[in-house]
Design a protein around this ligand. Structure first.
Ligand code: MG
Length: 249
């Protein structure tokens, strides 16, 4: 009985202590890198980051483009045609990447691919984006390496329905409790550090429901230490190497 207790405690410790680093928009604060670039994904992988996050929009003619903002150099992605964007370049000189190029690169890496689907103005277009993203991930054979995140509540439900069972889908917007999200079958919460400092009880609530907690964008020493001490599972950051150092045993 005592041995069993010790074993259970050891398992609980290992489970509780597994805290992982996710690079926010890839590891972009590095030589030759840029936000949401292919290079930023390669850099994230090269430092052994658990995951690398990037943002996805769909053009009016159905091309999935990796970019944070709704616009790129004045062109609104969701209403543009791909030909208006295809020759544009990122700050590091790389061409503006498509999701296909990003996933193609990801195939050769180990880091998990954290795909953020941006909320589109048109619900139909957003549903189409979700369909195309899930289809492309399948085609690339990356279903076991991808997790989805989104600020769109409908988008979250769409991704949950379209992706294979067990694919983690997280909600970013911050207004729903873990219990409310559990009803939709979500993997957990992925909320800002500001929201989490206002609702620290959501960490235990999520864990007691078997859900995970991801917090963004955690850059300062103070915020990193708060997340580590509160047992946050995934910490999304612009300073991945600093965070890795703090997580060293
Ligand atoms: Mg993002």
């Amino acid at each position: 009985m005592r041995r069993l207790m010790m074993l259970l405690l050891a398992i609980a410790f290992v489970t509780a202590s597994a805290q992982e680093v996710i690079c926010h928009r890839g590891y972009w604060d590095a030589d030759g890198s840029a936000q949401n670039s292919i290079r930023s994904l390669v850099k994230a992988d090269s430092i052994g980051a658990w995951g690398s996050e990037f943002d996805v929009w769909m053009t009016a003619d159905g091309v999935l483009v990796v970019n944070h903002d709704a616009t790129f150099e004045g062109v609104t992605i969701e209403t543009a045609k791909w030909k208006q964007l295809k020759d544009k370049r990122l700050k590091n000189g790389e061409p503006l990447p498509t999701l296909e190029q990003m996933l193609e690169c990801g195939k050769g890496l180990k880091t998990r691919l954290i795909v953020e689907m941006k909320p589109h103005t048109s619900r139909e277009q957003e549903l189409e984006a979700a369909r195309k993203i899930v289809k492309m991930v399948k085609k690339m054979g990356l279903e076991d390496r991808v997790e989805y995140i989104t600020f769109s509540l409908q988008g979250m439900k769409n991704l949950k329905e379209l992706a294979p069972d067990g694919t983690p889908v997280y909600y970013l917007n911050g207004e729903l409790s873990p219990l409310q999200l559990a009803e939709f079958g979500m993997a957990g919460i992925d909320y800002s550090i500001k929201v989490m400092r206002e609702h620290p009880q959501w960490i235990d609530e999520a864990h007691s429901l078997g859900m995970k907690v991801n917090v963004w964008t955690v850059n300062s020493d103070r915020d990193m230490e708060w997340c580590i001490n509160y047992g946050v599972d995934y910490i999304t950051t612009n300073a991945p190497e600093k965070l890795q150092h703090k997580l060293l045993p």
